[in-house]
Design a protein around this ligand. Structure first.
Ligand SMILES: Cc1cc2nc3c(=O)[nH]c(=O)nc-3n(C[C@H](O)[C@H](O)[C@H](O)COP(=O)(O)OP(=O)(O)OC[C@H]3O[C@@H](n4cnc5c(N)ncnc54)[C@H](O)[C@@H]3O)c2cc1C
Length: 356
């Protein structure tokens, strides 16, 4: 049943005609699970996005926003309107002194943004190369790699309020950033859509090589370009390319334990891989899972990646049920062995709290 705005307005009709019904999301999530969007549209301009939100509000439909679908676990059909974000555009402004301000529309591909920035000779996000997905989703879980998180360079984000349609800026420091977390994953998840990010980059800076063995992998004097190239190289050795083997990157967050628990674990497991984290310790979840014997395991059509136990992969399934079962088994096994609770990193859709 096609819904109709109660108007003959040509713009409203054009928006309605751009909305499809019962569209498979297989090509819009890197796990490649096959669930349907009740209503589906692609937003390629801010005005288009506003109109889609107005449509959803008018018909009291929930809205789900998807970027590259690389941090999703879709586990059922999604009711309401699914919007694929394809807002594009990049501009830069040289600031006084050492700073460059880069404004990026939220549907831009994140890796292409990093590549562009490195080509310009600007510093700040070179360690975040080859992370899949869109620029607008990067603040949602505060993407991080090799000792850098997007919060370190994020000056502000432009958002649209789904309910009122208002567009405004929020400073990075007010976004509640934490390890793989932000208000966009919490209190703002049903309210705000990121339409633009503004990064504060440097024309000259030190390089950060102390994480993930980067300094050992770079021959000779490190440069912006060699860090970018090395990060790309190491990542493609370690992580499966979603276009070849369906996955959503790290499936679990690295658990954080207090120093008493860390001490106890270290006594029991002297090779435990961990890093100081504020007053606490971050444990390498991949190590915990590998030591518990899960690396390379197959379960029905899904499994644990054979080169990195933190990554769950989908070999052949169309539905998420076996993956959810495998997740539960791994969590239980890690709890039994170490007394440590694993937490999932990707966002499960449909969101439980979505309003209709
Ligand atoms: C091989 C691989 C490697 C990865 N490596 C890393 C890594 O090193 N570090 C890391 O942090 N992550 C990593 N990831 C996870 C993922 O790439 C990032 O989380 C990325 O930022 C997700 O972007 P996306 O556009 O695909 O988001 P999606 O998966 O489309 O969406 C993720 C969440 O953000 C919401 N969202 C999307 N766009 C917006 C928007 N514009 N406004 C508000 N909410 C929005 C969605 O509703 C959803 O809740 C990896 C994933 C893969 C597959």
């Amino acid at each position: 049943m096609k819904m109709r705005f109660n108007t003959e307005d040509a713009f409203a009709l054009r928006i309605e005609n751009s909305i499809q019904e019962n569209v498979s999301l297989t090509n819009y999530n890197t796990f490649r699970f096959d669930y349907l969007a009740e209503y589906f549209a692609i937003a390629d301009s801010l005005d288009g996005l506003k109109a889609l939100l107005a449509w959803a509000k008018h018909f009291k439909q929930a809205v789900t926003i998807i970027g590259g679908g690389s941090n999703l676990l879709i586990s059922a059909d999604i009711t309401g309107l699914v919007i694929i974000n394809r807002l594009t555009g990049i501009s830069s402004r040289e600031q006084a002194g050492n700073l460059v301000s880069l404004t990026v529309s939220s549907g831009e591909n994140w890796h292409q943004v990093v590549k562009h920035v490195v080509e310009q000779g600007w510093y700040g996000i070179e360690n975040l190369a080859l992370i899949p997905g869109t620029a607008g989703a990067a603040p949602v879980q505060n993407i991080g790699a090799y000792g850098v998180e997007i919060k370190d360079v994020l000056a502000r984000v432009q958002v649209i309020n789904r309910k009122t349609g208002d567009v405004y800026w929020i400073n990075g420091r007010d976004c509640g950033f934490a390890y793989r977390d932000s208000h966009f994953k919490g209190q703002w998840k049903d309210l705000l859509i990121i339409t633009c990010v503004e990064l504060s980059l440097k024309k000259r800076s030190e390089l950060l090589l102390s994480y993930g063995g980067l300094s050992d992998r770079i021959e000779g004097k490190a440069s912006l370009q060699s860090v970018f190239d090395t990060v790309c190289h190491v990542r493609s050795e370690k992580l499966p390319d979603p276009s070849l083997l369906a996955n959503s990157g790290s499936f679990f967050k690295n658990p954080i334990v207090n120093s008493a628990q860390h001490h106890k674990l270290k006594e029991q497991f002297p090779n435990l891989v961990s890093f100081p984290f504020d007053e606490n310790f971050k444990l390498a979840a991949g190590w915990l899972i590998e030591q518990a014997g899960w690396k390379g395991k197959h379960y029905q059509g899904v499994g644990v990646y054979d080169k990195q136990a933190l990554v769950l992969v989908n070999h052949s399934e169309t539905k998420a049920v076996p993956l959810l079962e495998l997740e539960a088994q791994i969590k239980q096994s890690i709890w039994n062995r170490y007394g440590v609770k694993l937490e999932r990193e990707p966002v499960q859709l449909p969101l439980e709290t979505e309003e209709h």
